[in-house]
Structure formats: C-alpha cells, structure tokens
Design a protein around this ligand. Sequence first.
Ligand code: SAM
Length: 246
Amino acid sequence: MTQEQTIENAVRDRYGARAKNLDSASCCGPSNVDDLLSHGYSREEVGPLPESAIVMAAGSGNPTALGMIRTGETVLDLGSGGGIDVLLASKRVGMQGKVIGLDMTKEMVQRASDSAQKLGLQNVEFKLGEIEEIPLEGESVDVIMSNCVICLSPDKKHVFQEMFRVLRRNGRLAIADEVALKPFSNEEKADADKWCSCSSGAITGLEYVRGLEEVGFMDVLVKPLERGGGYAGTGVLSAFVSATKP
Ligand SMILES: C[S@@+](CC[C@H](N)C(=O)[O-])C[C@H]1O[C@@H](n2cnc3c(N)ncnc32)[C@H](O)[C@@H]1O
C-alpha cells in the first residue's frame, strides 16, 4: 500500500468512526454552540440547526460567512461532514438554488442527510465520493466551499484540478482550511494521526496560492483568520482561501 493510500484509509476510518460517535475526538473544530460562535458562526444562524449537525461540526471557520453565496446559485461543499455549512448555505441560495455536499464516508453522508430531512430542506443533496474525483459534470457549480478538508487530502493537485473543472466561468472558491506555518517534514507527513488531526497534511499559504494558480485560478487570496495565530504546537493556523475561475 502506498503512503497516500494509507493516509486516505486512515482519514476515512477516523471520520467514519466520528460520525458513528465511536471517536468523539474533534480535530481542530467546534462541537458546541459556543465553539461555533468563536469559529465565525452567528447565534442566529446556528440556532435553528439540529443538535446532530452541531455536534458533528469539525471545521476551521465559516465558509458561508464569506458572503459569496447568492440566491439561485449552485454550491458544492467539499468534505461536507455532518453538513453544517450545507444546511446554512441552503438558506442563502433559496429554492431556486441548490447545495450539494460531498463526503467520502457513508456515515457522514447519512448523518448530514438525516439533519437536512429534519429541517425539511428540499434544495440540498449529499453525495458519497472523493474530492479528488468529484462526481459532477464540468462547469456545473457557481461556488465551491470547503471547511477543514483539503488539508486532509494526500493529493491536493487533483483536488485543485477537479475544483477548476466543475466550476462555471467566474465561479468562486470560499474555503476555510488549515495552513502550515512552514512545510512539514516527510516524517511528520507520514504520521497518520497528525494528518487526520488536520495538521501535517496542511500546505503553506504560498503552496496554496501556487497550486491554485497552476491549475488556472486567479485572484487567489489566503487570509489568516483573526482568531488564528496557530494552534499551539500543531504548526498550522486557520485561514480563508478565496479565488476565481476566469
Ligand atoms: C474535519 S471534517 C470537516 C467536516 C465539515 N466540513 C465541517 O466543517 O464540519 C473533514 C470531513 O472531510 C471528509 N473528507 C476527508 N477527506 C476527504 C476526501 N478526500 N474526499 C471526500 N471527503 C473527505 C471526512 O470524511 C470528514 O467528514
């Protein structure tokens, strides 16, 4: 088995178990209302969410707060987990729009679908699949959001290429993610536990900008989150990444 496959399996096992409540360890993310408020969510938006969506939240920030999502748009959430950002974006796009959540673990897809059903949402769909091979047609999405997921992928180049492929012209990225303060060593990258905790899989801001520009994105911006400053000892900080497909 290659190192890439080992990491991918470890990530799937970690988050599949988390969705089944076998592993309640959060990576870097919030899992109650107060934590969510400190991660950029407002009390008003999280108030109506079912408890099941709140406890599963495991993100770096609030990508729906970037204000880039408009009525009628099609939005894709890469690594949607328990579905919190999909549920919130559903309100922003309205009935004319659509929000698709994509996740590699069937347990997360099931959790998120149950939460959407509890809220009676008609404009959301959760799909099982990998962000390195997005199961959608090219040029079919207006906005891609993602929250603490790309740092978990061992093949970021394919993720960036796939994001570019499925976005429409002028489509936008609204990503919250962990960014490395300096490149991790090969030894750290081989540490599946550190990787699964949203740490050693992270790339630097410069690598993020270059990687997105290489596949064709423009106006790439990596902006550390205000509450950032790095998690003591983890070598990462949370940031928003935005970019446009020309
Ligand atoms: C840290 S959690 C974040 C979940 C969610 N975005 C949130 O903010 O609560 C990471 C999620 O990404 C999913 N994931 C990780 N790597 C993935 C991949 N390569 N393809 C699809 N999903 C992936 C995991 O299954 C997990 O649900």
